[in-house]
Design a protein around this ligand. Structure first.
Ligand code: M6R
Length: 608
């Protein structure tokens, strides 16, 4: 949450900061601001509520002098409302600071440093800036170290000192930061999208280190007594700028829906060897599958829904307990996991703070951890024992689409390998399973090609305040994601229900024309689901049925029937996911909402 960028170098800083912020906007879009160190060493601050475009228009009118060093921020409000004053950067004396994260003890610090009458915003971040200003006696490294010793919480900071022109300092605890020294100058940001126009080589800022950027050098110092200089581990970006552009699509979400077949291929194909799943390149040993007596899956949101599908696929085959937990709950429980547990952590960003905390708890319990992560070098990837990288490329729309599909692909492959290693699958069964997984890719393409007719179906739900998604077994797991997708971008209250559970209360909410999106792709419960659909139909619901091509459907059952290709029952999630994503996309579009940046949300949830 919150986007951070810093630049110092020969180019015009305001241009780089504003372009960088536009690319980082998906991290938070309540307000934005920049601070520039001007030629006369004076600081120029510009802050505006709303989108980065507002800030850009304001800067174009107000900033006439050039600057070669500055910091910028897009905000997702945590403390204090959405106002120009609460927007970052915050200036306190000689200190100018931007922050991503939460300072949990800001109240205690306010009292300890008697800041009550100085604060002009309601933010925890300004408290950090004012405390740093009090600690600053001309030595930035020493002051930053003292500040860090006082703080509780998660943070990444970029800081300028008025008397240190051309230099930017940064430090992080949990919240991510990447940095690079390039021929165009030195850059630091909360994620790679801001660096890619200038370089493919970067490093992830390690915790417990201070970074200092000067126009042509980036220095890294340990937080020890003497600030020992150290050298970062350099990494290379494996995607290009095109991947982070809309490329002719009206929205990132639609583009990312279209990218799913390729992303699936990129994730699956390099890991197939002689028809079998092979993780030797990932350095994931079979021993972790051999020895585990239970699997604990932990994630948030869409990633957690991928885990629910994986559990439904794996448990009947592996015949060991598989539990799925919401990370924000798991981290405060006393979990029943131990050294014989395999803990699978799923996260697109690799930075979700609750998921990270759950990973750390799993390590305390001595469990083996395997992370399914999309962002290379992210904190979860670095801290897990083993990593299975999905190759979705950057996902910019806040609503997750391609990241979900490739998380599923990864989990299906992991389940297949585990079944093979544990002797639950023969080689032939594993080969056939992977063949079915590959068949799901053209099935997704078939559904993408039907986007207009799926869009027409979405027209029937946009006037309703509520919608229900129902299904049984795997179809119920898919429903959870369908409901999340619809509610987050169309603001239609959507609930997923196990179809057989409706009668136990929820059916009271079904009345004339309430949309019910019914998923019926699982043969062994098909007739039961159809009975449940009849029950809601009898109460006036508007039925959008998602069924296989060959399924026999009574003419009068559904108001709209969307057919998916006849893939094996275990793999219907892939074409179904596309349909559910498109329903949500078109519902949002037809309601004239902001598809890619829905209200109150941000892409990467780095606060609790
Ligand atoms: O980056 P992560 O996969 O850890 O994010 C977890 C959730 O915040 C995320 O899946 C969220 O639910 C989706 N953006 C919703 O579409």
């Amino acid at each position: 949450m919150c986007g951070i960028i810093g630049y110092t170098g020969p180019l015009e800083a305001s241009k780089i900061l504003l372009e960088g912020l536009a690319g980082l906007e998906y991290r938070g879009y309540d307000s934005a601001g920049i601070a520039l160190c001007m030629e006369d060493s004076k600081i120029c601050l510009a802050k505006k509520t709303g989108k980065v475009k507002n800030l850009k228009d304001y800067c174009n009118q107000q900033i006439t002098d050039s600057s070669h060093c500055g910091i910028g921020h897009t905000r997702w409000a945590t403390h204090g409302g959405v106002t120009d004053t609460n927007a970052h950067p915050h200036q306190a004396g000689k200190v100018i600071l931007i922050h991503n994260g939460i300072i949990e003890n800001y109240h205690a610090l306010t009292e300890e440093f008697h800041l009550e009458n100085e604060l002009i915003s309601q933010t925890d971040s300004e408290v950090a800036a004012r405390v740093l200003n009090r600690l600053y006696e001309g030595d930035p490294l020493a002051a930053i170290r003292k500040l860090i010793e006082l703080l509780d919480g998660s943070f990444s900071f970029c800081i300028m000192f008025e008397d240190q022109p051309g230099a930017i300092y940064a430090i992080r605890n949990v919240s991510p930061l990447v940095a690079a020294s390039t021929p165009s100058g030195s850059l630091i940001a909360s994620d790679l999208t801001a660096l890619i126009p200038y370089t493919r080589n970067y490093f992830v800022v390690p915790e417990q280190h201070i970074v200092k950027l000067t126009p042509y050098k980036v220095h890294l110092y340990q937080l020890d007594d003497t600030f020992t200089k150290t050298y970062p581990e350099m990494m290379t970006v494996n995607w290009n700028m095109d991947a982070a552009m809309k490329n002719g699509f009206p929205h990132f979400m639609l583009k990312e829906i279209h990218e799913q077949p390729d992303a699936m291929g990129n994730t699956i194909l390099p890991r197939i060897n002689k028809g079998l799943p092979d993780f030797s390149e990932d350095k994931i040993p079979d021993s972790i599958f051999e020895t585990c007596s239970q699997v604990q899956i932990i994630a948030c949101g869409t990633a957690m829904h991928a885990g629910m599908v994986a559990r439904a696929i794996m448990q009947p085959v592996l015949r060991i307990p598989i539990t799925v937990s919401v990370a924000s709950e798991f981290r405060y429980e006393e979990p029943l996991i131990d050294e014989k547990s395999l803990v699978i952590i799923i996260s697109q960003s690799g930075e979700t703070i609750d998921t990270l905390a759950a990973l750390r708890l799993a390590h305390q319990c001595k469990s083996t951890t395997l992370a399914v992560v999309n962002v290379k070098g992210s904190t979860i990837a670095r801290e897990s024992d083993y990593v299975f990288y999905t190759h979705a490329g950057p996902e910019i729309a806040v609503a997750s689409t391609k990241a979900y599909s490739v998380q599923l692909a990864a989990l299906y492959m992991i389940g297949c390998r585990m079944a093979l290693v544990k002797g639950k699958y023969t080689k032939e069964q594993a080969v056939s399973f992977l063949g079915d997984l590959l068949d799901a890719i053209p099935a997704m393409e078939t559904m993408i090609a039907q986007k207009e007719s799926i869009g027409n179906a979405a027209s029937h739900i946009i006037h309703s305040p509520d919608a229900f998604f129902i299904g049984r077994g795997l179809d119920y797991a898919f429903s959870l994601e369908g409901a999340l997708k619809l509610k987050e971008i169309s603001y239609i209250h959507s609930e997923a229900y196990a179809a057989g559970e409706l009668k136990h209360g929820t059916i009271a909410l079904i009345s004339d024309q309430v949309p019910v999106i019914a998923i019926a792709t699982q043969q062994h419960v098909y007739s039961k689901t159809i009975s449940n659909i009849r029950e809601v139909k009898a109460r006036g619901a508007f039925i959008i049925l998602l069924a296989k091509e060959s399924a026999v459907v009574d003419d009068h059952l559904a108001d709209i029937c969307i057919r998916i290709p006849d893939v094996d029952d275990l793999f219907t999630v892939f074409p179904i996911a596309v349909v559910l994503q498109l329903i949500a996309y078109y519902a949002s579009l037809k309601k004239h909402l902001d598809v890619d940046q829905p209200r109150n949300l941000a892409k990467s949830v780095t606060v609790e």
